[in-house]
Design a protein around this ligand. Sequence first.
Ligand code: FUL
Length: 679
Amino acid sequence: MKKLFWPLCLLILSFCQEKAAPPEPVLPIPDARQIAWQELEYYGFIHFNMNTFSDREWGFGDEKPEQFNPIELDARQWARIASESGMKGLIITAKHHDGYVLWPSAYTEHSVKNSPWRDGKGDLIREFADACREYGLKVGIYYSPWDRNHPDYGKPEYITYMRNQLTELLTNYGDIFEVWFDGANGGDGWYGGANETRTVDKFSYYDWPTTHELVRTLQPGAMMFSDAGPDVRWVGNEQGFAYETTWSNLMRDSVYAGMPEYSEKWADGQENGTHWVPAESDVSIRPGWYYHAYEDHKVKTLPQLVEIFYNSIGRNSSMLINFPVDRRGLIHEKDGAAILALGKKIKADFSVNLAAQAVISASESRGKGYEAAKVLDEDYATYWTTSDGMISASLDLDFGKESEFNRLLLQEFTPLGQRQKAFSLEKEVNGNWEKIAEGTTIGYKRILRFPLQKAQKVRINFLDGKGIPVISELGIYHAPTLLLPPSIKRDKSGEVTLIQSDEDLEIRYSLDGSEPTQTYLNPIPLLEARTLKVLSFDPNREESSELLEVNLDLAKVNWKAMETDAEKAIDENSGTFWTSSDNQLTIDLGESITIKGFTYFPMQARYPSGFIQNYEFEISADGKSWKSVTKGEFANIANNPIQQEVRFDPVLARFIRLKAIKTTDGNSATFAELGILTR
Ligand code: FUL
């Protein structure tokens, strides 16, 4: 008993000890609505409306209500896919710039009530909201302030119309978590038949303060989105990327929705921003926001989606990924598969927090209630912090044994403001500390990726901030490598570059048809036609990806385009294109070559035009007298603009010419890339 006396006294004393006083907030700070919202992190967009049927991105406003006719529409399919992929909510385009509305609004005839869908009795916002709630998702509304259909757009009457519609949307469909006000507004349009350009003063026309008040009254819990917030701001690009340094603080009064210099000047937030307006990164899973069959081959790949995740959620932003729902009224199979693969990958990357099993200590702690262990209790509301003035401090973790890891996750306790400006991660190597990675801002969540490390002890240094560090959670993870074959690029000189899907992978290749065993270190010079076999190898797991086999033809190094400025059609970059004024492209191959076919890559830009539908392929020995080799049709190229391949019996040619007899849309023929087949 004697032995236990003093320890017991100490224990009792520590229980009686008061929790230390919390630190003062560093302004600005989020309100309760923003604190609840930041935990969602990941939610989806549904772009589905008149544009789906007119095959446009921005409808003009002269579309007919009857054009809207999805025959297999199933909002439950959207909600199921969203919830299975880890999303916490969905936002639907209730009205886009063309003015068509997805609910039977009492204020317009330009709506589903005049469409064949559900015999004009349908209410898509109702079906959407019901489906979301069935799957535990929050419900959000996108409402375009710009309306190219409405006769009154530009006049004060239109603002009344907009508020009437918002009142319908925010009264009849239960709790709304986010109201999305698009910054694109004002320009040409149909405007009830006027067919003219209407510019509005984006700053004053909408009288935003009154509209904001209306939303607050009807939906006190809803976050309002726009370039200027007031609650959540646009990240400034449509790629889904936040910034290396991303502040939730914004000089809000200097910003208004649709201002031209927003992306460059304001989108990353400001250290001394006056209001708390966190960033939201929006991106579509395809190039377009709306569905176009011709983008079926352009659904983002898993590596692309993983980049978006780490560059949005991993950089103090929410992630909003769009589904361009198709004409059936369903999320396309390819989009569904891609988003589920991302969900699986995120789960795998963060499945075990190695820090949770480590012994943690801090260079200094504020006192009772703010100990280092608070960063490992999986409770965002508790945090580790230091005494006033102790801006630089560190946390040490001892895993007890050598451990492997490649991710660091940190969360600041934002109710006390965003603080950190510089931090680093180190590992202990033979008694010395070696830097692994570093970052600037943290905010609600920050994730650093780095090559796989092995260590027993790590240290996180909080180097500089607007105040003392206030850290809610800390995670160290070993994310499995993304074991996919590398991507392949070749330039006009023939040089082949192989790009790994994950930085911890080795690339192995062969150019002679054998098993790929050669390690790729630098770009490979290659003039001849060869079969490239390539795979990725994970040295840590000793596993290989599947094998990729690609036929590379002769390098285009000596090729010359005979038409002016047509070089883009033979630059080995399918992202660039050339438009021909006389519907043909002529190439001097630089020498006589026996060719067995040709390839045509249609243009891949966002708004395609001039795909060749019917073609004729000709050859010449001198560039003067020409001989036709073959004629034909690229069937389905409009909907599926992938590389086309045409084969024929071997012919000798120094010059080749591809002629467009007809293009899909009657516009001048475009060429992303022309190639030959010699094997
Ligand atoms: C943009 C709009 O113009 C696009 O059509 C899309 O709705 C995107 C989310 O926002 O500003």
